[in-house]
Ligand binder design. Structure first.
Ligand code: FDP
Length: 337
């Protein structure tokens, strides 16, 4: 039998002595939330049988929408532990404060509880994304400033993929590590240690239905991606699930680039900087790749709004830098608010 490492063991073994309290505990809280959400996601198809979301099911219980459920689980797993000073969720307009009856801690959690929600009803992979920052000022913990930090200052980031298996992938700045949930024993087991992007990318991923809405340099970049040997681009195939976590995970394993560019009437695209782009950018750099808004590293962008969106190119460095080249050459920088 090969050596089995649980996520708990791995977290404890890979953290320095000083980080074995709140930080390790927070990662483990998230792993536990992941198991609870995974259990519910796996039963999503049964909603048709036992009742629709928003209705009363046959047991007389209220059915919660899955994304609301996931959001609740994460908040309730983390609000009382004394590890966090504030949370921000993609599901909430306002910041999530630590209830006054609980102590505040040194970390900030930003998260998208269930990304790819248009795929929930059709049994296609969805995911949770999270990022962890340190609070800025110990004496004034839990302010908006604690949340509005650039991705460069993340101390950890990760995602949970609810796919053919449930996986939790995270980095604390010492490589990217993946754990697969063994449902029989209810444990995340180390399955992908120190994940790195391969040198030969396999895929490009973007919603081609928006081609007419993309600015000219983006169209030219896509033509370059499709051009194979004539353009000098690597031979790529196209895959787009429309669930960012699933598209990202595939490209992390197989190499490639995911793009959600600006559009003529949506200059900032769709992807949220704080909840999606920055955590995934942190992971991709740890895996040897790069993420950009077309003009600069995603990790260098200073957020000004918790829900701000950003054009997004992420994957193998050579492919993302090529996107920057097209965009910058055309001197049509995405407009910022
Ligand atoms: P969704 O709206 O279904 O939650 O940012 C959210 C997201 O999904 C990403 O997960 C996904 O990559 C993208 O939007 C899909 O958007 P399009 O349908 O416009 O391609």
């Amino acid at each position: 039998m090969t050596r089995i490492t649980t996520i708990e063991r791995f977290i404890l073994d890979s953290q320095p002595e000083y980080a074995q309290g709140d930080f390790s505990g927070l990662l483990y809280d998230l792993a536990l939330a992941a198991k609870i959400i995974s259990h519910k996601v796996n039963r999503a198809g049964l909603l048709d049988i036992i009742g629709e979301a928003g209705e009363i099911n046959v047991q007389g219980e209220d059915q919660q929408k899955l994304d609301v459920y996931a959001d609740d689980v994460i908040f309730k797993m983390c609000d009382h532990t004394g590890r966090l000073c504030i949370l921000a969720s993609e599901e909430h307009e306002d910041l999530l404060e630590i209830p006054a009856r609980y102590e505040k801690g040194p970390y900030v959690l930003v998260y998208d509880p269930l990304d790819g929600s248009s795929n929930i009803d059709v049994n296609v992979s969805i995911g949770t994304v999270f990022g962890i920052y340190r609070c800025l000022d110990w004496s004034k913990r839990g302010r908006k400033e604690d949340v509005l930090q650039p991705g460069r200052d993340l101390v950890a980031a990760g995602y949970i993929l609810y796919g053919s298996s449930t996986m939790m992938v995270y980095s604390t700045g010492r490589g990217v590590h993946g754990f697969t949930l063994n449902p029989d024993i209810g444990e995340f087991l180390l399955s992908n240690e120190d994940m790195k992007l391969g040198p030969s990318p396999g895929y490009y991923s973007m919603n081609a239905a928006y081609y007419d809405r993309w600015p000219r340099p983006v169209k030219e970049y896509v033509q370059w991606l499709q051009g194979g040997e004539d353009s000098g681009a690597p031979k790529l195939s196209s895959r787009y699930i429309g669930s960012l976590v699933a598209d990202f995970h595939r490209n992390l394993l197989k190499g490639g680039v995911f793009c959600y560019p600006s559009e003529i009437d949506k200059p900032l695209g769709k992807i949220r900087l704080l909840y999606e782009a920055a955590p995934l950018a942190f992971l991709i750099e740890q895996a040897g790749g790069y993420a950009s808004d077309g003009t600069q590293s995603i990790l260098d962008i200073m957020p000004t709004d918790t829900h701000q969106r950003v054009p997004f190119y992420i994957g193998n460095r050579s492919l993302v830098e090529k996107a920057e080249e097209f965009i910058q050459q055309a001197n049509r920088l995405p407009i910022r608010e």
